[in-house]
Write a protein that binds this ligand. Structure first.
Ligand SMILES: NC(=O)c1ccc[n+]([C@@H]2O[C@H](COP(=O)([O-])OP(=O)(O)OC[C@H]3O[C@@H](n4cnc5c(N)ncnc54)[C@H](O)[C@@H]3O)[C@@H](O)[C@H]2O)c1
Length: 487
């Protein structure tokens, strides 16, 4: 039977996602603050279908069928038949909660409630609307009809079955899914941060000019765009705001600290393409650099230079690309890719996502030529760790790895005891919270016992710790990072 999607917020993302679902055969009900705005969203979809028709990517009969599947909501009751509700309203917690509260009571019991938020905690949205188990993150990338990645985010209380069904729906819509836990920036916006930031720091240090940094990243490493030109495209304000939010919420790690040079661009109103001036003056052809750096010579001990050379040559896309690199270019590659790899390792070690999901997310969410883990394997884990140690000594402590090199090292028994204690406390709190909610719904019940069995393992301990506790028979895995306490 045909399935139905309701979209709340028919703006850039909402309209794009509605188009994706309708092209995949779903009926779509579009809603916005009023019918006129929702109709404007539908008009934009029709214009996009028209362009596909002109380019011969869609046949007339198909385009007509897609159009016929999209309707505009006249009243909340129009969402009553939806299997999936997706909100794509402005990035503001109060707005999202208010619009979801108005529609959720109308939905059928099996319906999934998804949010396209880029930065708000999915679990908090789910709890605020009283539906934490069926609320999930479904994070599309812009433009949604073109970008293939969807990050599927499990809040701490999202039911594993809801996560599974959401991933299946995204796959059926032709998307590539990466699963992640409910952390700041999820995968892409967390892992990509130091790739932009370290490029700004290389510029600040006077190692290379902006166009040289971008050229090295494109020509030697295979990125479609360099990190600095990409920040101009995204908007310096948007890119810097994401950095500040992820940095603050992750406890201000050095590697993700805002770059003073980028902050200065934002203060000056040089926001990139949208203002005609950012890292580059886009009014000129080719765009001219706006930031003049005082070139400083690279000073490295010969043994450090040898380590960085090895990394850069192995990380470059081919021998020809690596051959003519100057020392400054090699250090740039080591710093920018080293920072990216380190953040990928930290994200994986924190249990946000698996190496495979992180690789998929970076390739399909931001068009990186390779996933970081595939790249680390190509360079060699030992070479990556030697390089990070060298950079920590020669450039700054932000590169200090603090991530165990890959290998099946058994977790420390004291760490296992601490993790088990943290798990018990969290389970107790979750049950108390659940019981108080059950009892508040039914004050005459005289005390209802919580049925919570499995909970998400606390994220301050790496997945290896929970796997070791499961092997020892202390916990049972329910998949997706959920565990049950065994007697
Ligand atoms: N634009 C991106 O690149 C991008 C990428 C991924 C995720 N997101 C996320 O997607 C969400 C939407 O972003 P966008 O760029 O599409 O924004 P947008 O401003 O283009 O669209 C938001 C829509 O919500 C509507 N709206 C506002 N108040 C409403 C209300 N009370 N009820 C119903 N609709 C209301 C607006 O009229 C507008 O049509 C945000 O959470 C954003 O963080 C954006």
């Amino acid at each position: 039977m045909a399935q139905q999607l309701s979209v709340l917020g028919a703006g850039t993302m909402g309209a794009g996602i509605a188009q994706v679902a309708a092209q995949a055969g779903w009926s779509v009900v579009l809603a916005d603050r009023d019918e006129t705005t929702a109709r404007a969203g539908r008009d934009r979809i029709e214009a996009a279908l028209e362009r596909l028709l002109e380019k011969g990517r869609l046949r007339a009969a198909e385009a007509e069928a897609v159009r016929a599947r999209i309707s505009v909501a006249a009243a909340p009751a129009d969402h009553a038949g939806s299997d999936l509700l997706l909100e794509a309203a402005p990035e503001d917690m109060a707005t999202k909660i208010a619009i979801l509260r108005a529609v959720v009571p109308i939905l059928p019991a099996h319906a999934i409630i998804a949010t396209n938020t880029s930065s708000l905690p999915v679990g908090e949205i789910g709890r605020a609307i009283g539906e934490p188990a069926r609320t999930v993150g479904m994070h599309f990338f812009n433009p949604a009809p073109i970008m293939r990645l969807v990050e599927v985010i499990a809040g701490p209380e999202t039911a594993p079955e809801v996560v599974e069904r959401t991933a299946q729906i995204a796959t059926a819509w032709g998307k590539i899914v990466a699963r992640a836990t409910d952390t700041p920036g999820f995968i892409v916006n967390q892992v990509a941060r130091p790739w932009y930031l370290e490029a700004f720091r290389v510029l600040e240090d006077g190692l290379l000019g902006a166009s040289e940094i971008d050229r090295v990243m494109r020509d030697a490493c295979g990125f479609r765009m360099g990190p600095l030109e990409l920040t101009d495209l995204i908007g310096q304000d948007v890119n810097a705001a994401t950095t500040r939010s992820v940095w603050e919420r992750l406890g201000r790690p050095d590697l993700l600290a805002p770059a003073p040079l980028q902050e200065a661009l934002v203060c000056a109103g040089d926001l990139g393409r949208k203002t005609g001036r950012g890292v580059y003056d886009t009014g000129q052809d080719p765009p001219a650099e706006t930031i003049t750096v005082t070139p400083r010579p690279v000073v490295l001990a010969p043994e450090d230079a040898a380590i960085i050379d090895r990394f850069a040559v192995r990380a470059a896309r081919d021998v020809a690309a690596a051959r003519d690199l100057t020392l400054a270019a090699r250090v740039t590659i080591a710093r920018v890719l080293g920072a990216l790899f380190l953040q990928a390792m930290r994200t994986q070690a924190a249990g946000v996502a698996t190496a495979d999901d992180i690789d998929r997310a970076m390739i399909h969410g931001v068009n990186h030529p390779r996933g970081p883990f595939e790249w680390i394997a190509a360079v060699g884990t030992a070479c990556v760790h030697d390089t990070l140690q060298t950079l920590a000594r020669a450039v700054g402590p932000r590169f200090a790895a603090q991530v165990a090199p890959a290998g099946p090292a058994a977790p420390d028994p004291e760490l296992l005891r601490k993790a088990l204690r943290a798990f018990r406390t969290r389970l107790k709190l979750k049950r108390l919270d659940d019981e108080s909610r059950l009892n508040s719904r039914n004050p005459l019940s005289g005390g209802t016992r919580s049925a919570v069995v499995a909970i998400m393992a606390p994220r301050e301990f790496p997945p290896a710790v929970w796997e070791a506790l499961a092997r020892e028979g202390k916990l049972r895995s329910h998949g997706g990072g959920f565990y049950e306490l065994l007697p």
